[in-house]
Design a protein around this ligand. Structure first.
Ligand SMILES: C[S@@+](CC[C@H](N)C(=O)[O-])C[C@H]1O[C@@H](n2cnc3c(N)ncnc32)[C@H](O)[C@@H]1O
Length: 351
């Protein structure tokens, strides 16, 4: 076998980038936890000042900053010997309430990777690994990664794309948010539509405990409640709107969930299905976003689905046709794609 040196160098170049990014993931978490990005966003400063402002040790901060600058996450001014964030870096790294929050994504990824041995064992046995068996940072990272996208798009684009849903929400609708995790989507909807009532549910008890805390903190008690229940068993219908954010593909029995949701919907109700952005063919997804999703899916989505009854494991790159098949099998009258972002596709199903 002859080795093409140019192709080898290209591949090694990619590998160095990936290896640096893998280690940098932990460093992003350090920067987030210790408040480095937040303080650096204020103005350029030398390592000593950043260390003093954050109550940390200068030598560590020095090394951290060098790695961040090498990776393009922080700027270095060799004349002034100061580090800073560009407005774009600050936008994505320093503001958990902005439209993109990169540290949340790295927290999610690092949390997922802690299950490496469980996942390796599962490859051998074919058994599942439930969402609840993962490290706590999976749950908080998921919330911190997903919430900004929901804050940017849910009330502004996604709900208005559904036929007649906003008018009902404004007048006072009954809403169920299944597979709600920490309830980021539930809370955002509750804030946007003060006349409506919301029931978030998730099979994972610890997530529901956190969701209840978030609601109490947000002063939404009374209009928002959370219950531990699977998407196949939640109660309290008829609902005007049922939502499911990034969870249908995680389920072992998505058709059972879809059927149950249909039973819980009012005759003129709507199910909003938010799923990862994906094409229908594998080759459509062989790109950076597909890589992110397939890699998360190997550690989280497929193992979770295999841990549940039902025989499905759609994975995080299911695509529109696979979701349509689930919805159609559950007997819905209509199904359509109503919105999308680089990370999500939003579908509307009516009973
Ligand atoms: C990727 S997380 C998304 C959480 C939340 N919807 C969000 O967008 O932040 C998937 C969620 O689906 C939940 N889940 C998995 N299988 C479920 C099932 N059969 N019924 C209800 N929830 C389920 C998990 O516990 C987890 O909270």
């Amino acid at each position: 076998m002859t080795i093409d040196q140019d192709k080898l160098m290209e591949f090694l170049h990619r590998f160095v980038g990936d290896l640096g990014a893998t280690m940098a993931a932990g460093n992003v978490l350090v920067g987030d936890r210790l408040g480095f990005y937040r303080v650096l966003a204020e103005r350029p400063m030398p390592p000593r000042e950043l260390a003093e402002r954050t109550g940390t040790a200068t030598r560590y901060v020095d090394e951290w900053l060098r790695g961040q600058a090498a990776g393009g996450y922080v700027e270095y001014d060799p004349q002034a010997k100061t580090y800073s964030l560009t407005p774009e870096q600050a936008f994505a790294l320093a503001n958990p309430d902005g439209a993109v929050f990169m540290p949340g994504a790295f927290e999610f990824a690092l949390g997922a990777l802690r299950a490496d041995q469980k996942v390796i064992d599962a490859f051998r046995t074919g058994a599942g690994v439930g969402w609840h068996e993962h490290d706590e940072e999976v749950f908080s990272g998921c919330e911190r990664f997903f919430r900004p996208g929901y804050a940017a798009h849910l009330a502004a684009d996604w709900l208005p794309a559904l036929d007649g849903a906003v008018a009902k929400l404004e007048a006072g609708a009954r809403v169920a948010d299944v597979g709600c995790g920490h309830g980021a989507s539930t809370t955002l909807m509750a804030r946007a539509f003060p006349k409506s009532t919301f029931t978030g549910s998730d099979y994972h008890e610890d997530s529901i405990v956190q969701a209840r805390k978030r609601t109490a903190d947000a002063g939404l008690d009374g209009r928002v409640r959370f219950e531990v229940a699977s998407a196949q068993t939640f109660e309290g219908g008829p609902y005007d709107l049922v939502t499911g954010f990034d969870c249908l593909h995680d389920m072992g029995d998505p058709v059972g969930a879809a059927r149950h949701i249909r039973e819980m919907l009012a005759p003129d109700g709507t199910w909003m299905v938010v799923e990862p952005y994906a094409g229908d063919n594998l080759t459509d997804n062989l790109n950076p976003v597909g890589r992110v999703y397939y890699s998360f899916s190997t550690f989280l989505c497929v193992p979770n689905a295999l841990s549940q009854e039902g025989g499905y494991s759609l994975g995080a790159q299911a695509g529109e046709e696979a979701i349509r098949r689930v919805v159609t099998a559950a007997g819905y009258a209509t199904f359509r794609r109503v919105a999308e972002t680089p990370f999500n596709i939003v579908y509307e199903a009516r009973p």
